[in-house]
Design a protein around this ligand. Structure first.
Ligand SMILES: *[C@@H]1O[C@H](CO)[C@@H](O)[C@H](O)[C@H]1NC(C)=O
Ligand SMILES: *[C@@H]1O[C@H](CO)[C@@H](O)[C@H](O)[C@H]1NC(C)=O
Ligand SMILES: *[C@@H]1O[C@H](CO)[C@@H](O)[C@H](O)[C@H]1NC(C)=O
Ligand SMILES: *[C@@H]1O[C@H](CO)[C@@H](O)[C@H](O)[C@H]1NC(C)=O
Length: 325
């Protein structure tokens, strides 16, 4: 496990997220206003990454439910309730939809850029990461390895290490007896990540990380939070790079990264899977993506060329802190 410092994303990037991400949002506070805390934004705004954001209902039309139905979810995760599954009965379509709805106002699954709709592909991409991280297909590889997503809802060797970083003992003190191992649909690790997501979701996951193991809606919400939120300062989120909102400039550290599916692996796992040529972990994530695109009725050509799908030649973002492949 490679450990990374978590650097809170401050105002500039929050504004970038809003202005560049989805034109239907604006920031209701200026850059110099104090950051919001849970409950301090007005009724029509929402606290996200420390800033109040206003919903402007004129862009990003629709909802994930417009194109993603429960029968597609069932096909994608067809073995999740099988005898071999470790989280039998835990995950369901409804939980994913409820969690998605929380993030639709930020463009999750309903974004357009230059009149291209990215929603369907984004849900397939997000779920590809989920399916890979929660799969037990490697154990039953002879039997359709791509159908074993959502087999787990927490890291397997749960009690071997507590993932408590004492450098954060003032901001995100570890609760006694609690271990911050990977939990959720896109597992988060470490006390500082649990602390950050607690603030944004207004659920005390720092003291009660076990809530994620008990509530599938929350387990998906935490995962979508990871997808929508930059991991380190001056980095885009997985959502941002998937849609390609941010155009790299010449001197940009992102200049050597192509936007698209490959870049989402780079944001989430950095050099654990990217910039290593034809890596097996990377190819496994790509295979899940292509499989889910098929099940959602998206033509493979729409997934783009190999250089967009892959991160084999990308310069790694170094952000492998919150998840490992
Ligand atoms: C599960 O989590 C969701 C989202 O945080 C929350 O709205 C819901 O009340 C929780 N359900 C239970 C049974 O605690
Ligand atoms: C890019 O970086 C070089 C060298 O650090 C600098 O001289 C140049 O002004 C920068 N260009 C821009 C557009 O920031
Ligand atoms: C791919 O990456 C994983 C994780 O870092 C590593 O264990 C594996 O050896 C890599 N495979 C290749 C072919 O580089
Ligand atoms: C990534 O980390 C490696 C070693 O940890 C370091 O050598 C490299 O400069 C880092 N790259 C970036 C872009 O920060």
């Amino acid at each position: 496990m490679q450990k990374m410092e978590y650097i809170p994303l401050l105002t500039t990037a929050s504004i970038l997220l809003v202005l560049v991400n989805c034109p239907k949002f604006s920031t209701s506070q200026s850059l110099t206003s104090p950051p919001c805390l849970g409950g301090t934004c007005s009724r029509k705004t929402r606290c996200f990454r420390g800033q109040c954001h206003t919903y402007r209902p004129r862009c990003c039309d629709g909802a994930v439910t417009d194109y993603f139905q429960s029968d597609q979810f069932e096909k994608m995760f067809s073995n999740r309730n099988s005898l071999e599954a470790h989280a039998k009965g835990f995950w369901d379509y409804h939980s994913f939809i409820t969690a998605s709805a929380e993030y639709e106002p930020y463009g999750f699954g309903i974004s357009y850029l230059n009149s291209n709709f990215f929603g369907t592909k984004e849900v397939a991409a997000f779920l590809a990461h989920v399916g890979t991280k929660t799969s037990c297909g490697y154990k039953v590889a002879s039997k359709e390895p791509l159908t074993w997503g959502l087999c787990y809802n927490k890291e397997t060797n749960s009690n071997s290490y507590n993932y408590c970083d004492e450098n954060y003992k003032n901001t995100y003190p570890c609760a006694p007896g609690v271990a911050y191992y990977g939990r959720g649909a896109l597992p988060i690790y470490w006390n500082y990540n649990y602390g950050e997501v607690s603030k944004d979701l207004k659920v005390d996951l720092l003291n009660h990380p076990e809530y994620i193991e008990q509530n599938a809606t929350l387990a998906f919400q935490v995962a979508i939070w990871r997808w929508m939120t930059p991991i380190m300062e001056h980095q885009p989120s997985a959502h941002d790079v998937f849609i390609g909102y941010r155009k790299p400039t010449k001197n940009d550290s992102l200049a050597k990264q192509v936007f698209g599916f490959g870049a989402t692996m780079n944001v989430l796992y950095g050099d654990l899977v990217c910039g290593r040529g034809d890596n097996e972990s990377m190819n496994n994530i790509i295979s899940h993506y292509l499989y889910y695109l098929d099940l959602m009725g998206v033509e493979r050509e729409e997934a783009g060329p190999h250089e967009v799908l892959s991160c084999a030649e990308q310069v790694a973002f170094n952000s492998s802190s919150s998840s490992s492949p």
